[in-house]
Write a protein that binds this ligand. Structure first.
Ligand code: HEC
Length: 133
C-alpha cells in the first residue's frame, strides 16, 4: 500500500499552492513541533542546534547568520524550494553527504505537510517558482 501516500504527495507537488490545504499546513506545524523544533526555531529568528528555518523556502542553503553549518551544507550552493526540501528530508545524508542533520521524515504525507508548513512561513514573492508552473 505504498501507492496512496505517494499519489497524495505527487498531487500536492504538482499543484503546489492549489492543492495544499490549511489542514496540511496545520498538520505540518504539529509534526514540526514534534520532530524538528528541538533543534530548529521558526519564530524568534535565532538559531539553536540547527539553523533558524523561518523563510528557509527561497533561501540559499547554509547561509543563515549565527547558525553552525557543516562544510557540506555551506558548499551545497542551492536555493531551497519545496522539491529540494522534500528530497533533503527524505534522506538528508543521501542528498548532502557529510551533513550534520540526520533526521529524516520517511512518511511522504508528513514530509509534504512539513514542507507546506515551512513554505507558509516564507513570503510567496521570495519563493522560487516550481518547475511545473
Ligand atoms: C537534532 C537536531 C535537529 C533536528 C531534530 C532537525 N534538524 Fe534540521 N538541521 C540540524 C542541523 C545541525 C542542521 C545543519 C546541517 C548542516 O550544516 O549540515 C540542519 C539543517 C536543516 C536544514 C537546512 C537549513 C539551511 O539553512 O540550509 C533544513 C531545511 C532542516 N534542517 C530541516 C529540518 C526539519 C524539517 C526537521 C524536522 C523533520 C529537522 N530539520 C530536524 C539539526 C536538526
Amino acid at each position: 500500500m505504498r501507492l496512496l501516500p505517494f499519489m497524495a504527495s505527487a498531487f500536492t507537488l504538482a499543484l503546489p499552492s492549489a492543492a495544499v490545504t490549511a489542514q496540511d499546513v496545520a498538520n505540518g506545524a504539529r509534526i514540526f513541533d514534534q520532530r524538528c523544533a528541538t533543534c530548529h526555531e521558526v519564530e524568534t529568528g535565532e538559531s539553536g542546534p540547527g539553523p533558524n528555518l523561518a523563510g528557509v523556502v527561497g533561501r540559499v542553503a547554509g547561509t543563515t547568520d549565527g547558525a553552525r553549518y557543516s562544510r557540506s551544507m555551506q558548499e551545497l550552493g542551492i536555493t531551497w524550494d519545496q522539491d529540494r526540501l522534500m528530497e533533503f528530508l527524505s534522506n538528508p545524508r543521501g542528498m548532502v553527504r557529510g551533513t550534520t542533520m540526520s533526521v529524516a521524515l520517511r512518511d511522504e504525507t508528513q514530509r509534504a505537510d512539513v514542507v507546506a508548513f515551512l513554505a507558509s512561513l516564507s513570503d510567496p514573492a521570495d519563493q522560487p517558482s516550481d518547475a511545473t508552473n
